[in-house]
Design a protein around this ligand. Sequence first.
Ligand code: 9MR
Ligand code: ZN
Length: 567
Amino acid sequence: MAIMVNQVGYEAEDAGKRAVASAPGGYVLKNAAGETVWRGEAGDAVRDPLCGETLYPLDFGSVRAAGKYRLENESGERSDTFAIGRDVFSGVHNAMVKALYFQRCGCALEEKYAGPYTHAACHMAESRIYGEGDRGLEARGGWHDAGDYGRYITPGAVTVGHLLYAYKLYPQSFRELLHIPESGNKVADVLNECRYELEWMLKMQREDGGVYHKLTAWQHAPFVMPEEDEDDFYAYPVSSLAVADFCACMALAARMYDSVDRMFAWRMEAAAKLSWQWLEKHPEPVLFVNPEGSNTGEYGDSTDADERLWAAAEMLLAARRGEDRSGYMAALQRILATGLAVTDFGWTDVAGFAALAVLTDFRQTAGKEIREIFRGQVLREADRLTDMSTRNVFGMAMEAEDFCWGSNMVVTNRGILLALAWEILRTEIKDMSRDQAREAAARMDRYQEVIQAQIDYLLGKNITGYSFVTGYGDHAYRHPHLRTTAADGIDEPMAGWVSGGPNGKPGDELAVREIPAGTPPMKCYLDREECYSLNEMTIYWNSSAVFVTAFLRSRALAVESHRDSGI
Ligand code: 9MR
Ligand code: ZN
């Protein structure tokens, strides 16, 4: 029996505040003083395909007064507590960005910034280039990718991609200082944090524009603190996946940092160009597989078309006036003509970033025809996801087979897609007739509702009852598969880490043993440190969630500024 809620909270102005309960009947909402402030009935029973149970939706949207609350029913069942308030996601949002600081490699984490989670500088030795004997590479820096100490180009590029686009679209959601070493330098801390990764990525580029796929040890380290990990690190062979993602990410970052630090932007622009030349010289895919016997992350892929598409889109937008753009346009046209989907934002499929680039470019550099391909696909996908959300009691854009390794990023990447669709309609609405505009506004509201449902799920409105972000919620998960957390001797993990989440096809020993075959996918979760296929954290699961909370905060802040200006 349970009453599942977003354990962080609900935005005061939201017309829909939704919970899910396992019993029918009457419910009350009580404030911190124990007073009943709302009464209502659960909705009709739904046989839910994601968790395999019969459940009841609950909507208490009318309550707006700020405070701490919980839901209760007639048989005395109580939900976890949650807030109703304005800009309720600011805390979790900032913590999810700050979490990346704790992954910094090649420097000490000092108490001033890290609190109790300090450690000495890690992975300071020179790396070796795999297959080139003793040839060394100085590539200190960057973020540890996840629970392991590897650093990989494609997930790094995707993480920075999520964050830079979130900042570009919703700068108002990134105003607070995060207490990192650069804080207070007049640059948004999200840019400061991304720069730490970008500087490392630059070291991974060869003189010919090739980019090493990853920098890892031969085998994952035991559960020791990073400065105790004395394994040799290797730069693994160049892949076109890494080169294209690097090129895209550098071209994007060059635009974004131009007004912050022009010299840095120039370096990135030059690096992007060099990698683009490499791609032109190597038109065939150069994919990546781990050498026999190495077990660190592979981040393999069966095609590099989406990575090349993203690179072409970013190069097109970064091109300066008078520069020849025909190569970028030709690449875009050629790849789009294959019918490639452009709606995902993960490390395997980055084509959605090309859509983000082209559709948020107010100069419309890509021209009508190309824009229309992206636009059509994004809006169709948003409508498909909205439709999908009506088929489960959580109101979320997920189907049973979507609960894979890292399912929480499927959840949040769909939020990104819906936010992009929302943005497209927002920019078009001013040129619409009154009727069209009314219809578009209703569609935008639906998109926002589903985005909200994705975040409600992440923060506790799910069958496991866990909030999947450490430190946020009465029942936040506490045992991420994360070497520093396992080895630091501190009970609580640092706050702000998104778990990989339920995985219908668990891949680690403990999960395989403990989760019976046939368990409905949303229930395939354990808050156990050993469970890397269910409960690891990664930089890109965080960054994807950050994009979505940035969107929701921007909506909340817009409502507030309207109120302040008396509109
Ligand atoms: O996130 C990755 C997931 O989608 C894959 O299914 C899985 C198996 O290949 O690998 C995950 O990535 C891991 C990476 O290889 C190494 N660092 C930790 C990542 C998260 O588990
Ligand atoms: Zn390190």
